[in-house]
Design a protein around this ligand. Structure first.
Ligand code: NAD
Ligand code: MLT
Length: 313
């Protein structure tokens, strides 16, 4: 009998995905495994499945002598050094479409709770104070949202915010004009132009050298006073020190963050501000998205180990 191939899963994925993997492979489910242990044992596996915490870099892949495929159970691949994987002959597969609805909905949730001070009021009320004065918010109706990156998630956010009668403007230098038209977004040719007109800015780009600190002090300097910010994409696309500066000066009135420059984030100075609503990278954490992601990454990893054509490489 042929020996079954071995996969290690280093972060939490849905049971449906694990079941699918177990039907074909030997599965080592090691959610939260330490870096040093992973480095010690990675040479025993044909496949590795990760989410956003495990850093798949040169240090890891050079020890992974049997590894044929890395499956990213999710969308962004900024924790994976794809060039290093390619150099070592390792396929990288992800599930870019499986959690986009959930990420778009989380963006809307952060946006609404930040402009209405929902989380702050919740904390104060539960701590025993009935007060309404500090929590007066703003309507979305008639306001302008500036979407940076009109890809899968940015465009879903545009569609949903149209239902609130928001005026949607967008900056994305890499897409055709037709895409702006399709999603009812007015095209802005520069980030500065977008910042000057937006009441709320929400970012939906990948994180890379170009987009790290894309929204920084210079962009905020030309933004409207009292601008709101949302980042449900990747930590650092909006520079955290610039957010603190803007909150202190009153330039920024509300912030919704799902992602942080350093994750896991504990003790981040932004947690000290009542006007900042934070969630611990929950954009994709719905039952529906995790089921899709788990099944999808399992299918792709199995296919890759069988030498098939993998759709999202
Ligand atoms: P996508 O690739 O479909 O869209 C990204 C868009 O950004 C593209 O249209 C691209 O042209 C544009 N873009 C690239 N560089 C840009 C720049 N410098 N300025 C303006 N636009 C630029 O990606 P997506 O699936 O929509 O994902 C968007 C982000 O959301 C990614 O960072 C992804 O990792 C993140 N994400 C987060 C969660 C979460 O749990 N919080 C879940 C899923 C995805
Ligand atoms: C993603 O890129 O898919 C998200 O950040 C969500 C995740 O990793 O779970």
């Amino acid at each position: 009998m042929m020996e079954r191939k071995r996969v290690i899963v280093s972060e939490r994925i849905a049971e449906e995905g694990l079941q699918l993997l177990r039907s074909e492979l030997d599965v080592d489910y090691r959610d939260g495994i330490s870096r040093s242990e992973l480095l010690d044992i990675i040479d025993q596996y044909d496949a590795l499945i990760v989410r956003s915490v495990t850093q798949v870099n040169e240090e890891l892949v050079k020890k992974a002598t049997r590894l044929k495929v890395v499956g990213r159970a999710g969308n962004g691949i900024d924790n994976i050094d794809v060039d290093a994987c390619t150099r070592y002959g390792i396929i990288v597969a992800n599930t870019p479409d499986s959690n986009t609805i959930s990420a778009a909905e989380q963006t809307i949730s952060l946006l609404l709770s930040s402009v209405r001070n929902t989380a702050w009021a919740n904390d104060v009320l539960k701590a025993g104070t009935w007060d309404r004065k500090p929590f007066r918010g703003t309507e979305l109706y008639g306001k302008t949202v500036g979407i940076v990156g009109l890809g899968r998630i940015g465009s879903m956010v545009a569609t949903r915010l149209k239902a609130f009668n928001m005026n949607v403007i967008a900056y994305d230098p890499y897409i055709a004009d037709e895409r702006f038209e399709r999603f009812g977004a007015e095209k802005k040719n520069t980030l500065e132009e977008l910042a000057q007109e937006a009441d709320i800015i929400t970012v939906h780009t990948p994180r890379n050298e170009e987009t790290m600190h894309l929204i920084n002090e210079d962009i905020l300097a030309v933004a409207k006073n009292g601008v709101g910010l949302v980042n449900c994409a990747r930590g650092g696309i909006i520079k955290e020190s610039a957010i603190i500066e803007g909150l202190e000066s009153g330039k920024i009135s509300s912030v919704g963050l799902d992602v942080f420059e350093k994750e896991p984030a504990t003790g981040n100075p932004l947690f000290n501000y009542s006007r900042v609503v934070c969630t611990p990278h929950l954009g994709a954490d719905t039952y529906e998205a995790q089921k899709r992601v788990g099944e999808n990454i399992a299918e792709q990893v199995i296919l890759a180990l069988k030498g098939g054509i993998v759709p999202n490489v």
